[in-house]
Design a protein around this ligand. Sequence first.
Ligand code: TYD
Length: 140
Amino acid sequence: MLNTTEVKMLQFRNLGDERGRLVVVEGGQDIPFEIKRVFYIYGSDPDVVRGKHANRRSEFILINVVGSSKVRVIDCSGNEIVISLNRPHTGIYLPAMVWKDMYDFSPDSVLLVLSNEHYDPNEYIRDFDEFRRVCKNGEA
Ligand code: TYD
């Protein structure tokens, strides 16, 4: 089963000159998949918890391009890690079949998310007990 050891911090090229910074993320090169979907989360209050799901197929890269947030990741073995996202040139890779909660959003937080899959609500597992059951039965 997939586990938190597959969660990876990625450093992206931070190019810049006197005009400012430019960060490059190329699908299949800087990240381990081709990008099919991009979305971003902003305007979440600091006491909001988002995510609260696992995905059967979707892998994600999370980048706080502005501000900061945290992500808690729980794998099928129950291993848990918390990662602070606070650099526009650092991403976190999350494999499929991990439970994730995003929280502690700074007021200016813009959390950019890249995925290897188009949106399909049927591959989201939004109930933690269901996640544990799918893990246990190796169904994903
Ligand atoms: P949700 O998955 O609850 O967001 P988060 O995990 O960040 O808390 O998504 C919120 C709404 O947006 C929900 O109605 C589904 C919809 N949505 C899409 O239509 N496409 C997408 O790619 C995503 C991520 C969400």
